[in-house]
Design a protein. Structure first.
Length: 1027
């Protein structure tokens, strides 16, 4: 009876006997062999944690004495004991899986996950198509490379497929891609992130698709419209496909109730956001950043009330942000930066209690800081960079921003003091307030989590707080371009062991070290300490790995210590020692990484040291270098772009290799030296030369014809040499030439241009003065100067000719004095043909040069009248026609030139009454002297019966009032809208001669006041006599 009971029990519950040992022996051996072929490597699953998974070696639990169905990652069918699921993701496995792997013997697998391991250099075997029951396959980021085999498309039961690639290139051929989408009709999830597909996206996708991720797959062409109408689609991610184009549907989306995530970022999508976007009522993430969308953001965006992430940055949206965005109270991330949005930043954030990240940066907003932002208790990141925000930062915050990690408010117009609450934020790591108008002193910091502090380019004053010494996590501190003052003991940063970038330039600081051995930390990579009154460098002894070092405009004398050169020669790539009092530079050729070197404006003597071979920029101007250039080292500098050796005493011939370098060289400035011989004539085709300045040397011979190969030339200054040639009209073919100065040479002959030639169309500055040119001035020549004909009325900010690291200079003659401009305004236009032997009439076509600001034709043999067309030169500020043989009257049209600040018509044969006008009335006798036939104000010679009748009392009083204002207006700007400062004040400040300016202005004011007073007294006497 007992045996019968046991038999019945076994028949009724057959699993009781086998449940403790389900694994089949053959499949256990398969896994054991697989384990033997692979090794454990901690780095093999390095990406797991960043993607939210925990890596650990699962195969360590695979013990052959235990049931394989209990091993980590292994799941068996409870009836048959077959292995149906193998999850080895994030198992730190390293090794290869090829076609001979025992893995492919597990033919009953339904779910296989090998993600986040390192099976490189394995390729995906065609045998992955041998799993007839497979529903889930994940090989993502596991080191597979090569081409995805077509056999994967045979897995007809697949529900989920993830072949996303890591750093290895994994290709999906267009045919295989098409078959995957066509054959796998049950597929719900397809992830091919970062695989290389390089084809278009086919239409008629399976209606079963719920998640489609094709990020970074090089898709191209127009996206099929039906993709937005897949009824079960929950996630569509096509980002980072630059050549994939399309528009969002304007009608109802079939997936409107299911779509939770839409990511088209960094693709070629364009057009407007349609109103239909509001139908996606289940959407939680919308990312269309980095596309080409434009127009207004539609109000229906506010209907997406489930949104947690809204990314619209880096498009071309304009208009105001719709007020309906206040409905998006579930948002965690909100970014509309880098668009063209206008109006005030809406003050709508009072109910955004979940918001963690907010960025409105780089738009065209205006107005005050949105106060409702201070209510965002969960906020971690706030970026309002470059939003034209004005006014103060709120003085207090109700929430205290307990979670704020990043606060970016740079490049606005914020004013007032930095409130103390900013330095008391308990979680703050990144603080950037650069480029505002903030004043007051820096406050003491309370917490030490700050890693980045950038408050440069403001108006802050006072000392640097001592509490900055507590910022042990600090990596970047930039205090440059403020009014900070006092001594800065370098020991303040002794505890900042992670400091990598320190900016102190352009303050009133004096950097010193109170302790002999105190030094900036060895972690320091960049130090910008221009204008910090630095006298010695001991504080840099420990900074052996510094890469960028700016010590310009300090008080360093003598030589750089040997230990400094030893430290710098391995790591330094940027070195600026300009504007000190150094007398010697050694060991430059030993630098291994140096690409930027500026030793200009020192007292360095002797021969020029051999520069490092990898330099991009080399400036050694304004020193006392002598001797010849070191040919061999210079000729090896294949990366050199800017070379400035001007204002030295270098001699010898210019090496031909400098010209051979012109494929890389953009700027060659050797002016004001003693170079002799001829200019090399081997400028090659494909030259990159933009600026050539050889002014003030002893160069002779002809102008090099092969300069025409330098198609990018903008500036050519060969003035003040001994060149002997005719006018180089062949330079007129250079399409970008803006400045041509050939002054003070031995150039000769006429200036002629053929009838059909179009030359010098971009030229803005032309100086041929002090040569021996002859003949008539050609009407046709001046008609070619197209850039001087059209006046720039765009109102764009003033710019200079040159580059970020180098500005072109120029010597001009103003009122007989040579003045060197250290920078050239791009709107500055002038013609100087003075001191030649030109004859004939002044061309009428000069009057067409509507943007001309300076004209000097003095000291020639010109005849005839001053053209009436000169009245069209509306922005002309300087006119010198002296020492010619001009005749006739001064045209009345000249009196209308409201910008004219300097005029000299002396030593001619002009006659008649001098016209009166707001500007002409400011000029004295010497502007007209040597013209026996001229009469009228300001000359003492009356014009006889034609003299104007004496003014009435009212006229006198009006003239006394308005005249004084006119004179003052002439001094400070010549009336509203004129550009007196564009020329005269511009010259003053760029030549560094404020005393010269003050003296001239004071003299002029005194003369004006004396004239007004004298005239008032004269008229008063006349009235008394009449009485």
């Amino acid at each position: 009876m007992g045996c019968l009971f046991l038999l019945l029990l076994v028949l009724q519950y057959p699993l009781v006997i086998f449940s403790s040992h389900l694994c089949r022996r053959d499949e256990s051996l398969v896994l054991q062999n697989l384990k033997l072929k692979l090794s454990i490597d901690d780095s093999a699953s390095a990406d797991c944690e960043s993607n939210g998974y925990f890596p650990y070696p699962k195969t360590l639990s695979w013990n052959r004495t235990t049931d394989c169905c209990t091993w980590d990652g292994v799941t068996c069918d409870k009836v048959s004991g077959r292995i149906t699921r193998l999850d080895l993701s994030c198992s730190q496995l390293h090794g290869t899986i090829d076609s001979n792997s025992t893995l492919f013997q597990l033919t009953h697998l339904q779910n296989l996950n090998l993600a986040y391991n390192d099976f490189s250099p394995s390729q995906i075997s065609s045998k992955f198509g041998w799993f007839p029951s497979l529903t889930h396959l994940n090989l993502s980021r596991s080191g597979f490379s090569g081409t995805v085999p077509l056999q994967v498309s045979y897995l007809s039961k697949l529900i989920s497929l993830d072949l996303s690639a890591g750093i290895e290139e994994l290709r999906v051929e267009p045919h295989t891609f098409k078959m995957l989408l066509q054959n796998l009709t049950q597929l719900r999830e397809l992830y091919l992130t970062s695989t290389y597909i390089s084809s278009s996206l086919p239409s008629n996708l399976s209606s079963s698709l719920q998640e489609l991720n094709l990020v970074g797959t090089e898709l191209s062409g127009k996206i099929p419209d039906d993709i937005f109408h897949l009824p079960r689609l929950q996630m569509l991610n096509l980002g980072s496909n630059l050549y994939l184009t399309g528009h969002l549907p304007t009608t109802q989306w079939n997936c409107s109730n299911s779509l939770r995530e839409l990511d088209l970022s960094s693709s070629g999508f364009s057009g407007n956001i349609p109103d239909s976007i509001g139908h996606l009522n289940s959407l939680r993430k919308l990312d269309i950043s980095g596309c080409y969308f434009s127009g207004n953001i539609p109000p229906t965006i506010g209907d997406l009330t489930e949104l947690k992430s809204l990314q619209l940055f880096s498009n071309n949206f304009n208009g105001q942000l719709p007020s309906t965005t206040l409905n998006l109270v579930q948002l965690v991330e909100f970014d509309v930066s880098s668009n063209n949005l206008t109006g005030n930043i809406p003050n709508i954030f009072g109910n955004f209690t979940k918001l963690k990240s907010l960025s409105f940066s780089y738009n065209l907003f205006m107005g005050l800081f949105p106060s409702s932002v201070t209510n965002l208790t969960e906020l971690e990141s706030l970026d309002l960079s470059n939003c034209s925000i004005t006014g103060p930062i709120p003085s207090s915050v109700s929430t205290g921003f307990p979670n704020l990690i990043l606060l970016f408010l740079p490049y606005n117009s914020l004013s007032g003091e930095i409130p103390s609450w900013i330095f008391n934020l308990p979680s703050l790591k990144y603080l950037v307030l650069r480029g505002n108008q903030l004043t007051g002193q820096l406050k003491e910091v309370r917490y030490n989590l700050l890693e980045v502090v950038d408050v440069g380019d403001n108006k802050l004053n006072g000392p640097i707080p001592t509490s900055f010494s507590k910022l042990v996590n600090l990596t970047t501190l930039d205090l440059s371009t403020n009014n900070l003052s006092g001594g800065l003991d370098i020991g303040l940063f002794s505890k900042c062991k992670q400091l990598r970038r320190l900016g102190l330039s352009f303050n009133n600081l004096s950097v010193f070290s109170s302790q002999k051995d105190a030094s900036l930390p060895s972690s320091l990579g960049s130090l910008y300490a221009s204008s910090c009154n630095i006298r010695e460098l001991n504080f840099l002894r420990a900074a052996k790995y510094i890469g960028n070092l700016d010590l310009s405009n300090n008080n360093m004398h003598g030589k750089i210590p040997d230990w400094a050169w030893s430290n710098w020669q391995v790591s330094v790539s940027y070195l600026n020692l300009s504007s000190n009092f150094l007398t010697a530079i050694d060991l430059l050729h030993n630098f291994e990484s140096l690409y930027y070197l500026d030793i200009g404006s020192n007292l360095i003597q002797g021969e020029l040291p051999a520069p490092p071979p990898l330099l991009f920029l080399f400036i050694a101007s304004n020193n006392n270098f002598t001797g010849k250039l070191p040919n061999s080292p210079l000729c090896k500098m294949s990366s050199l772009v800017i070379l400035d050796l001007s204002n030295n005493s270098l001699s010898g011939v210019i090496p031909k290799c400098l010209v051979n370098m012109s494929t890389s060289l953009s700027v060659l400035d050797l002016h004001n030296n003693h170079f002799s011989g001829t200019i090399p004539n081997n400028f090659g085709k494909g030259s990159s030369l933009r600026s050539l300045n050889l002014r003030k040397n002893k160069l002779e011979g002809m102008l090099p014809r092969k300069l025409t190969n330098c198609r990018g030339l903008e500036v050519v200054d060969l003035g003040e040499n001994l060149l002997n040639d005719t006018f180089p009209k062949w330079l007129g073919s250079l399409p970008r030439l803006q400045v041509l100065s050939l002054r003070s040479n031995k150039l000769h002959g006429p200036i002629t241009i053929s009838r059909n030639q179009v030359l010098f169309s971009k030229l803005k500055i032309l100086d041929l003065s002090y040569n021996d040119f002859t003949g008539n001035l050609s009407e046709r020549f001046f008609n070619n100067l197209k850039s001087m004909i059209i006046e720039d009325k765009t109102g764009n900010p003033l710019t200079y000719i040159g580059e970020v690291r180098y500005h072109d200079s120029l010597t001009l003659s103003i009122k007989g004095k040579q003045i060197e401009l250290v920078r050239i305004l791009s709107i500055f236009t002038t013609i100087d043909f003075s001191n030649n032997r030109f004859k004939g009439n002044v061309p009428n076509s000069i009057g067409n040069l509507g943007s001309l600001r300076g004209l000097n034709l003095s000291h020639n043999s010109l005849i005839g009248p001053i053209p009436q067309s000169f009245g069209n030169l509306s922005v002309l500020e300087s006119l010198d026609l002296s020492w010619n043989q001009l005749s006739g009257n001064i045209p009345q049209e000249v009196a209308s030139l409201k910008s004219l600040a300097v005029m000299n018509l002396s030593q001619n044969h002009l006659m008649g009454r001098i016209p009166r006008g707001p500007q002409l009335d400011t000029f004295e006798n010497d502007s007209y002297s040597g013209n026996a036939g001229l009469c009228g104000f300001p000359l003492s010679r009356n014009c006889g019966d034609n003299e104007m009748p004496p003014p009435t009392v009212t006229d006198i009083e009006d003239e006394e009032d308005s005249g004084l204002m006119d004179w003052r207006a002439a001094i400070i700007g010549c009336g509203c809208g004129s550009v007196f400062g564009m020329f005269i004040v511009y010259i003053i400040f760029l030549t560094g001669r404020p005393k010269w300016f003050v003296r001239i202005v004071n003299q002029q004011i005194n003369r004006i006041l004396l004239k007004v007073e004298a005239k008032r007294r004269t008229e008063a006497k006349k009235r008394r006599r009449k009485k």
